[in-house]
Design a protein around this ligand. Sequence first.
Ligand code: 5AD
Ligand code: SF4
Length: 495
Amino acid sequence: MDSYIDLENITTEELKHIDLDRVNVHCSPPDFEPQRQYYFMAKCRQIVKEENERLDRSLTCSVITFGCQMNARDSEKLLGILVKAGYAVTDSEDADFVIYNTCTVRDNANQRVYGRLGHLNAMKKRNPHKKIALCGCMMQEQNVIETLKKSYSFVDLVFGTHNLYKFAELLCAMYESEGMLIDIWKDTNTIVEQLPVRPKYSYKSGVNIMFGCNNFCSYCIVPYVRGRERSRDAREILREIESLAADGVKEIMLLGQNVNSYGRGLSDEISFAGLLREVEKVDGIERIRFMTSHPKDLSDELIGVMKESGKICRHLHLPLQSGSSRILAAMNRRYDKDHYLALALKIRNEIPDMAISTDIIVGFPGETKEDVDDTIDVIRKVAFDNAFTFQYSRRTGTPAAAMEQVPQAEVTRQFDRVLSAVQETARERAMLIEGRSLPALIEEVNEKDASLVIGRLSNNMIVHLKGTPEMIGTIRTVRLTECRGFYYMGEMEHG
Ligand code: 5AD
Ligand code: SF4
């Protein structure tokens, strides 16, 4: 074998390309990142290799994602590390190493995880090599950890959102320890760059621009489980986007709980609008999306940048949560009905082809029929292109959990009214572009009919058209021939 590599002497840039089989793991690990994590990837690689030889097959792994785009991106990072550690990737929960990357924004997400863990345990009984790990937002809750210790002791590794970058180190520790290994941090300021990623799609990618949230909306558990807001250095973000573009990625989605407050606390003064201007300059990137905007922080500067841009997609996700000023105050949203309406209508005026989608919560403590009337009034006036409507879920530890709750029957009744209103406006908005020819990024082959491919328009609508797998990842002009409610049938324009 060639000589050993000592990671102490390897620069961060070089790490991506080193042969992990040559890394010296007989010395102590480096005490700086990300070199330290590459040391543990190399060490895991040896453990996996020995297991593969013993079993005469390849150990498999699978990462199951619950929740939002942030979690999806985190899962790509976990898979990046697992691939470096030598696992073969599968989609099946039958894998030798299964990790659930959990969400806890609403309680039904937690219940789903508990339910599925029972099945994993049955599989583990049949496969003695099977290891089970849990990570993500749900693990940052104290009561969850207590439940796991008491009733799910077959889980091998539990970690949270703040130490995800240490996954390789935790993986090694798991193989070296008996029983459940739990490592949860309350908070951190550390952002570790240059860890491996295994992308799910070749043509589009999420890019984290910030982590955490400082808003403390009274119903929301996110600030407690994701910690305080931290922005990533703009140079690191741009370097990552340039490298994605070099790999053929056409569309990026900038990710943060509250992207409009990007840049606070960084040594280089930069706003989100300023960052977007820089991202726009990256050659090869043809589409830019971002999630999520908070209505209280969306600046005129940002509206101007979106209007001028040839790359920023014509889709803005702008969570309303409620149309009632009284409920918005109780939610600690820091805007009222008039502010939201004025902002949404300004965007509609400035950029008429911009689709606006939203999130709405029904059944927040104290919400009356009149409050819901206000929500429906905003829905009709803004005419949302799409809306995610949620029933309020009581989250332990949030201020709203201690408030007087609305009876479930009433929540269901009001929820149905809101749902009908958003379906109505979404249908009306969709109809507006029938007959037009618009660019669509072709994303995949239609699962039900292999002669069709699925494209995504700039406004985030889906169009089905005749096509072949070679078209995936290309942007084609598609004529929208028939509106089918929330999606389109179309035909590719030639020439
Ligand atoms: N109950 C219901 N919906 C919630 N959301 C956040 N917290 C809760 C909760 N406790 C919704 C909000 C947010 C979206 C991601 O999830 O609408 O915008
Ligand atoms: Fe939760 Fe509000 Fe932060 Fe969104 S902005 S993550 S709803 S606290």
